[in-house]
Design a binder for this molecule. Structure first.
Ligand SMILES: O=C(O)CCC(=O)C(=O)O
Ligand SMILES: [Fe+2]
Length: 381
C-alpha cells in the first residue's frame, strides 16, 4: 500500500464515522469486469473494491499461469479425472448432499476422492443425474451452494479452474427482503415459494440480485456481508479463499456481537438461575460460530503484534514494499488504526469485560494503548 492509498482509506473510514462499511448503500447496477492484469494494481483493487465493498470479476488472464488450470483440466476444458485420480485419489474429501437440507446447509459425509470421482463420472454419464442424488465436493465445488454470506463476514475470491458458474449477489441488507414470516432466510432464492406473498411478505420491497456468469479461468470477488447463491452450469472445479483485513475487520466484530446476542436470546430463560450463564453463552457461541470473544482477542493480538513490529522499525526499516500487497509501513499503519478502533470497542464490551483476561499477555488495555501510540506516531509518516 502506498501513502496516498493509506490517506484515502483513512479518510474513507473517518467519513464513515464508525458506521459499518458497505452495509446498505446503493447497489451498483452491474458487476465490474477487470480485463488486464498489467493495468490493475493492488491499490486499484483496494480503492475500487475492498474499501467500497463492491464485487468484481477478474478475467481469465489473471489465472493464465496457474498450474491447476493446466494440470487439472483436459484440452477440451473438462476436469482431468485421470490426473486428479492419480494425484489425489486417496485423499479423503468432504462431500455434501445437496438433495437434503439440514437447517440452512447440507449434511456432509467423507469419502476418498476416487469414490467421489467415480460418482461424478456416473453422474455425467447419467445426463447429470444419479441414483445417489446430487453430491457436492466441498472446496472443489460440484453443485449448487445454498444462499449464505461467507464466514465471519470475510471477503472471498473464487477462481474457476474449469467450468462455469452463475452467481446471484445481494448487497448487504438486501437479504432482509427475502426473510420469511418467521424471520428465516431462504435456503434457495430461486425457489417458487418465495413468490408466495404470505410466506415472504417483504419480498416486494427487495430488488433483484446482481447476476454474474463466471467463465473458466475467471475469478469472482465477493465483498463482505454480500449474500450469494451459486449454481454450477457445467462440470466445474474452483479454488476459493476467504480473508479478513482492515477494511472488513469491524464487520467481523459486528457479526460476532450479533452471534452472541442471538445465543443470549436463545438461552435467556436460564439467565438468572445459572451462575455462569455468561460463560456458557461464550461456550455456545464458540460451538455455533467457531470463535468466541476470547479467541477473537487472540486473533486481533496476533495481527496487531506483526503490525506493531513493522511500525517499530519505522518507514525506512520496514521489509515490505509499500507499492505491493506485502505488509509495508503504510499498510501496517492503516491496519493499526483499524485494529485500534475495533479493539477499543471489544475492550468496552460488557461481555468481553466478563471474560477472565488475567492471563492474557499483553493485557487487552495494554495492547490497545500500544496500538493507539503507534497510530499517533505513524500519523505524519
Ligand atoms: O461456488 C460455490 O459453489 C460456492 C462458493 C461459496 O460461495 C463459498 O464457498 O462460500
Ligand atoms: Fe460463499
Amino acid at each position: 500500500m502506498d501513502r496516498e492509498t493509506r490517506a484515502f482509506a483513512e479518510q474513507h473510514f473517518r467519513d464513515l464515522g464508525g458506521r459499518l462499511h458497505g452495509a446498505g448503500g446503493q447497489a451498483p447496477s452491474a458487476v465490474a469486469f477487470i480485463k488486464e492484469p498489467a493495468a490493475f494494481s493492488y491499490a486499484d483493487f483496494f480503492r475500487g473494491f475492498l474499501l467500497p465493498n463492491l464485487p468484481c470479476v477478474f478475467s481469465s488472464a489473471f489465472t493464465e499461469d496457474w498450474g491447476s488450470r493446466r494440470r487439472w483440466v483436459t484440452p477440451e476444458g473438462k476436469p482431468d479425472f485421470e490426473y486428479l485420480l492419480q494425484k489425489y485419489g486417496d485423499v479423503i474429501v468432504p462431500v455434501a448432499n445437496c438433495g437434503v437440507q439440514e437447517y440452512n446447509s447440507n449434511p456432509k459425509e467423507h469419502m476418498p476422492l476416487r469414490e467421489y470421482i467415480s460418482y461424478w463420472r456416473e453422474y455425467i454419464q447419467g445426463g447429470c443425474s444419479s441414483p445417489r442424488g446430487c453430491l457436492y465436493l466441498k472446496d472443489w465445488h460440484l453443485c449448487r451452494s445454498p444462499f449464505h454470506a461467507d464466514i465471519f463476514r470475510s471477503f472471498s475470491w473464487s477462481a474457476n479452474i474449469c467450468g462455469r458458474k452463475k452467481w446471484l449477489l445481494f448487497p448487504p441488507g438486501q437479504e432482509e427482503a427475502l426473510r420469511d414470516c418467521r424471520g428465516g432466510l431462504p435456503y434457495d432464492v430461486t425457489s417458487p415459494a418465495l413468490l408466495d406473498a404470505r410466506l415472504h411478505p417483504a419480498l416486494q420491497h427487495g430488488s433483484p440480485p446482481l447476476q454474474v456468469t463466471q467463465e473458466a479461468g475467471e475469478v469472482v470477488f465477493v465483498p463482505s456481508g454480500w449474500h450469494h447463491q451459486v449454481h454450477n452450469l457445467d462440470d466445474t472445479i474452483s479454488i476459493n479463499h476467504n480473508w479478513v483485513n482492515g477494511c472488513n475487520l469491524a464487520n467481523m466484530w459486528h457479526f460476532l456481537q450479533q452471534e452472541l446476542r442471538a445465543v443470549q436470546q436463545e438461552v435467556q430463560e436460564w439467565r438468572d438461575s445459572m451462575p455462569d450463564w455468561h460463560h456458557h453463552c461464550q461456550v455456545i457461541m464458540r460451538a455455533c460460530s467457531g470463535i468466541n470473544f476470547e479467541e477473537f482477542y487472540h486473533f486481533l493480538k496476533v495481527i496487531a503484534e506483526r503490525r506493531l513490529l513493522v511500525l517499530g522499525q519505522g518507514s525506512e526499516g520496514a521489509q515490505g514494499d509499500d507499492t505491493g500487497p506485502g505488509l509495508g509501513f503504510q499498510q501496517a499503519a492503516f491496519d493499526a488504526g483499524r485494529l485500534a478502533e475495533v479493539l477499543a470497542s471489544v475492550v468496552a464490551h460488557p461481555d468481553f469485560q466478563r471474560v477472565d483476561t488475567s492471563t492474557f499477555l499483553p493485557r487487552p488495555e495494554e495492547l490497545l494503548r500500544q496500538l493507539q501510540d503507534a497510530v499517533v506516531a505513524a500519523a505524519s509518516r
